[in-house]
Design a protein around this ligand. Structure first.
Ligand SMILES: NC(=O)c1ccc[n+]([C@@H]2O[C@H](COP(=O)([O-])OP(=O)(O)OC[C@H]3O[C@@H](n4cnc5c(N)ncnc54)[C@H](OP(=O)(O)O)[C@@H]3O)[C@@H](O)[C@H]2O)c1
Length: 262
């Protein structure tokens, strides 16, 4: 996700590659990114932090604490910390990096790869107007930034950052069902659905067209599609209640592990 943000921020011209330095655990991905985008591959996290006006934390939740603690000695007090890590609260960021910094949590979506989708943004205390302007400018350049309370993050993230995987998983299951009939090969089933999904997204890319409009247009009264939609309407509510319940439990468990409650 960190690499994607760098590629998009530099590709959109919103940040010059010369203004970005990145490090990674092995150094392999940061060097590859530097070769591709012209940014600097720094030899360590502290080398990045020492020069940073804005420090992006793009590691897995379990790594956030150690990266923040590692960089505290060198990170300037004026630096803004932007964390894209799921399950790591603003309170934990403050606890681990110290109360003197300013923090923002952002949950981007892989949809930003196509300059679309939503990045959720929650502000920590003490954020300056220029921080707000910068973060919104960056994330609005690669999609749409939606500001919200941190308390909404988990549920909203299911609909923004997790949803590309959910949508793809649903399409894969539809393709698999078609393949199980024994009359179509997997590549063709996937191709037919991918093209249809892309077309449907383009139809939906119009403010006046919602899901209901598309359903009504296709699943006409008494037609074949209506029968399929009835099955989905009967079975999917329980499935999606289960999806949201599973991610909520997983996030709670991760948050408790990070704060040492487990
Ligand atoms: N994937 C998504 O769609 C998505 C969406 C929203 C938010 N997020 C959040 O983004 C974060 C990263 O997720 P991801 O999917 O991008 O994971 P990922 O592909 O595993 O990337 C993690 C990166 O962190 C680097 N890293 C690990 N430990 C490090 C350390 N101690 N110091 C410096 N770099 C370190 C790794 O370096 P190496 O390359 O050298 O191993 C790797 O480049 C997570 O917190 C996740 O919650 C992800």
């Amino acid at each position: 996700m960190g690499s994607m943000l760098v590629r998009k921020f530099t590709g959109s011209g919103i940040i010059a590659p010369a203004d970005i330095a990145a490090s990674s655990k092995t150094g392999i991905s940061s060097r590859a990114l530097a070769e591709k985008t012209g940014i600097t591959a720094a030899p360590s996290n502290t080398a990045v932090a020492a020069d940073a006006d804005v420090l992006f934390i793009c590691v897995k939740p379990a790594e956030v604490r150690s990266v923040l603690e590692e960089t505290q000695g060198v990170l300037g007090q004026e630096a803004l910390i932007v964390s894209i890590a799921g399950s790591v609260s603003l309170a934990n960021l403050v606890k681990w990096a110290g109360p003197d910094h300013r923090f923002v949590r952002v949950i981007p979506s892989v949809a930003a790869e196509q300059e679309s989708g939503i990045s959720l943004v929650a502000w920590g205390r003490g954020i300056k107007p220029e921080d707000r302007a910068l973060v919104l400018k960056l994330f609005n350049a690669i999609g749409t930034a939606v500001e919200t309370d941190e308390g909404n993050f988990d549920l909203y993230a299911d609909l923004t950052s997790c949803a590309p995987a959910y949508i793809s998983a649903m399409m894969r299951e539809l393709a698999s069902a078609a393949v199980r009939t024994g009359t179509i090969e997997p590549p063709l089933a996937e191709y037919l659905l991918r093209e249809t999904l892309i077309g449907t997204a383009r139809i939906l890319d119009n403010d006046s067209t919602g899901f209901d409009t598309v359903i009504t247009r296709v699943a006409t009264k008494g037609g074949n599609t209506e029968e399929g939609v009835k099955v989905l309407e009967a079975r999917l509510p329980a499935v999606f209640d289960g999806v949201l319940c599973a991610t909520r439990k997983k996030r709670q468990a991760t948050a408790e592990r990070l704060t040492g409650k487990r």
